[in-house]
Write a protein that binds this ligand. Structure first.
Ligand code: DC
Length: 226
């Protein structure tokens, strides 16, 4: 069977990373969270860098090195060698990451790194432009959806697990703002690739296994075709 690339795209908090992680574990593929890369750049740029000044952004991008490491807590994002997992998941970064992800220089730098990570295939990557821009020739593309209320509920639980109690209204506002910016920006907006399979993930907890089973069946099919 040949090795493939699996691209998972969709709005924030649809369950992309849970699904991508489960698939990667089943297939012993590498999982890459491309959103974590945009979050790491946001964290770095927060240190007084003018985002509307192209030379400053370019210079900052030169100093950023992002890596992933598999630790006891699972996948950990490293920014210049430092574990930034906590910082990149904060509400402060969540509030700024979508505007940062509209900056073409940022996108170009990260897309280049993401494509390099996929060179050997055997990768599951989730994000917003994976099936359209990063890997337009991915053998399997999934576009994941879930209801807004379910997405708010999931995000709230994630934050609570980290000891952060954020009102649902604030979470809903942040998700809607990010949806809007991510899908209307001029550089590689979030959209379904024409050849992506659309899967609704609203009932993830009950149907997670079913969804993984369906995608594994699709994967087997694609792997024997290519
Ligand atoms: O998946 P996430 O919520 O961690 O992503 C954070 C932000 O990064 C999201 O608002 C949009 C942006 N993003 C992007 O523009 N392209 C990607 N491939 C992944 C994330």
């Amino acid at each position: 069977m040949s090795e493939i690339i699996i691209a998972i795209d969709g709005y924030s908090s649809c369950g992309k990373s849970t699904l991508a992680r489960a698939l990667a574990a089943e297939l012993t593929y590498v999982y890459i969270d491309s959103g974590a890369m945009y979050r790491a750049v946001t964290l770095f740029l927060e240190h007084g860098i003018r985002m509307d000044h192209k030379p400053s952004v370019d210079a900052a991008l030169e100093q950023i090195h992002i890596d992933f490491q598999y630790g006891q807590e699972g996948l950990v994002t490293l920014l210049n060698g430092e574990n930034v997992e906590e910082g990149i998941r904060s509400m402060a970064v969540a509030a700024k990451v979508s505007p940062v992800a509209t900056i073409p220089e940022v996108r170009r730098a990260l897309v280049r790194q993401q494509q390099a990570l996929g060179r050997g295939k055997q990768i599951v990557m989730d994000g917003r432009d994976i099936g359209t821009v990063v890997f337009p020739h991915a053998e399997l593309k999934i576009f994941l959806t879930a209801s807004l209320e379910e997405r708010v509920r999931r995000r709230s639980l994630q934050l609570l697990r980290k000891g952060l109690s954020v009102p649902d209204e604030e979470i809903r506002k942040n998700l809607l703002e990010r949806d809007y910016i991510d899908s209307t920006r001029s550089d590689s907006p979030l959209m379904k690739a024409p050849d992506a399979v659309v899967l609704d993930n609203t009932n993830l907890t009950e149907e997670e296994q079913l969804l993984v089973t369906v995608i594994l069946a699709l994967t087997r099919k694609r792997r024997s075709i290519v």
